[in-house]
Design a binder for this molecule. Structure first.
Ligand code: TYD
Length: 217
C-alpha cells in the first residue's frame, strides 16, 4: 500500500523495558508491508546526525558527572534540534515512517521528573528544537521495575552515566513515566512490556497500519 503522508512514531520506556528489541521487530514486520518506507533512529544522537552523536557522547560520558541539570536538558534539546533537521523532517517530507527510540517524553521524565526541572521549563527549553513537531504515535513500554533490573543485569554493554543501578532509580523512572502518561497523553499508547516481544510487536504493527490507513483517506 502507498503511504501518502509521513508518520513520526516514538518509543519510550524505562531502561531494560525491551524498547530496542521491540523496535527491531516492528521495523522488520513493517518493512515487509511497506518496503523502503520505514526508518529507525534514536535519541540522543540519531541516524545521519554526526553533530547530534557528538553531543550524545558528551551527555552520556561517565566523565560528565558534574554537568548541571540545565546544561544536560539544553544538550538533549540541542541534539534533538539537529536530529529533527537532519533526519526526521527530511524523511517525513518524503512520506516515510520514522521510528524513533526516545524523544521529548524522555526529557520530561529524566530531566523533568528525575532532575526536578519543571515540565513547563522542559517544554520551553525544547520549544526551538521541536518547532511544533509532536509524534503521531508514542508507544510507552511499561514493566515492573524489578523485571527491568533483571533484564539489564543479563545484557552486557558498557555502562553509561544514565544506566540505572538500583531498584529505587528504576522505580522513580517508572513513576515518572506514569505521571507523564497522565499529563501528556496526546497520541500516547501504553504497552504492557511484560508480554512477549512477538505479541507486542504484532500489536504495535497493527496500530501503525491502522493509522496509515486512516491517514490515507
Ligand atoms: P541509551 O544507552 O541510548 O539507553 P536506552 O537503551 O535506555 O535508550 O541511553 C540513553 C539515555 O539517555 C537513557 O538512559 C535516557 C536518557 N535520555 C534522557 O535523559 N533525556 C532524553 O531526552 C533522552 C532522549 C534520553
Amino acid at each position: 500500500m502507498r503511504i501518502k503522508k509521513g508518520l513520526f512514531i516514538t518509543f519510550e520506556g524505562q531502561d531494560g523495558c525491551g524498547k530496542s528489541t521491540i523496535i527491531g521487530q516492528v521495523f522488520k514486520k513493517l518493512n515487509k508491508l511497506y518496503p523502503k518506507k520505514i526508518f529507525v533512529t534514536r535519541e540522543p544522537g540519531g541516524t545521519n546526525n554526526p553533530i547530534g552523536e557528538k553531543i550524545r557522547e558528551i551527555i552520556l560520558n561517565n566523565d560528565s558527572s558534574k554537568m548541571t541539570p540545565i546544561t544536560e536538558a539544553l544538550l538533549f534539546a540541542a541534539s534533538r534540534s539537529q536530529h529533527i533537521n537532519d533526519f526526521i523532517k527530511p524523511n517525513l517530507k518524503k512520506n516515510n515512517i520514522v521510528l524513533c527510540d526516545r524523544f521529548i517524553h524522555s526529557s520530561l521524565v529524566y530531566q523533568g521528573y528525575i532532575n526536578k526541572i519543571k515540565f513547563k521549563k522542559i517544554f520551553a527549553i525544547n520549544k526551538y528544537a521541536l518547532c511544533k513537531l509532536w509524534p503521531n504515535l508514542i508507544f510507552l513500554l511499561l514493566v515492573e521495575p524489578k523485571i527491568c533490573l533483571k533484564r539489564i543485569d543479563r545484557r552486557w554493554h558498557q555502562k553509561n552515566r544514565f544506566d540505572c543501578k538500583t531498584i529505587k532509580q528504576h522505580e522513580n523512572i517508572y513513576k515518572g513515566y506514569l505521571k507523564i502518561a497522565k499529563k501528556y497523553r496526546k497520541n500516547l499508547i501504553i504497552i504492557d512490556a511484560k508480554k512477549s516481544i512477538d505479541e507486542n510487536s504484532d500489536l504495535i504493527v497493527k496500530i501503525i497500519s491502522k493509522k496509515i490507513k486512516t491517514y490515507d483517506k
